[in-house]
Design a binder for this molecule. Structure first.
Ligand code: HQG
Length: 180
């Protein structure tokens, strides 16, 4: 499969497995899973033919490992806005995590801390490079360093998605180190 088709299928899957399953008439179970057969039929019914092999390739080769396939079912690993329980166990975080954002948000973040906005969690990256990429989606990126060790000490819970994104419900302003 060429990269263009790969991205197209990945975006289509993200939209419907994270945000809007109803748009293609599928239902996710409480943990976000849907049968591959049901998904492929829903896609075919909407004239977006994807073979099982293509789906498997998209899952396996996806640049951010956005999806998981297990027991004939598929789900998005993170990033949902629909109400699903990913059933992740709390994990002790590394001492520092990173969050990439846009300069325009920084003043509000200084006041309010980091909020999940439309998603279930605030998304944090294990390294600066990844955070730069996340922030670049919105223009010139600003990377915030998060004192995860101190947060964990204060009782905040962290989770790690299957694709290595760190998740937490809220990051208070006192735990954020701003650049400059
Ligand atoms: C900002 C993509 C003002 C926050 C990425 C972010 C990631 C605030 C935006 C994943 C704020 C929310 C998630 C506050 C947070 N005031 N702005 N108090 N608190 N924000 O897209 O982290 O390709 O929901 O900084 O690569 O950008 O989709 O979160 O800029 O991994 O797999 O509000 O989505 O992955 O934006 O991105 P998002 P995010 P995928």
């Amino acid at each position: 499969m060429d990269d263009k088709r790969m991205v197209k299928v990945s975006k289509y899957l993200s939209r419907h497995l994270r945000h809007d399953p109803g748009r293609i008439g599928i239902e996710l179970d409480e943990h976000g899973w849907v049968d591959v057969d049901v998904l492929l039929k829903a896609l075919a019914d909407r004239n977006f033919q994807v073979t099982r092999e293509e789906l498997e390739e998209v899952v396996a080769r996806n640049d951010k490992q956005r999806f998981a396939l297990r027991d004939g079912r598929i789900r998005a690993n993170q990033g949902h806005t629909v109400d699903v329980d990913l059933d992740l166990s709390p994990v002790a975080p590394p001492p520092v995590l990173y969050h990439g954002t846009a300069g325009g948000f920084v003043a509000t973040i200084r006041d309010e801390g980091l909020k999940p906005m439309d998603r279930h969690h605030v998304h944090l990256s294990p390294d600066r490079e990844t955070a730069i990429k996340v922030g670049s989606r919105r223009g010139k990126p600003v990377v915030l360093a998060i004192d995860a060790r101190r947060m964990a000490g204060e009782g905040y819970t962290f989770y790690k998605s299957e694709n290595g994104v760190w998740l937490t419900e809220y990051v208070p302003a006192w735990a954020i180190m701003f650049p400059g």
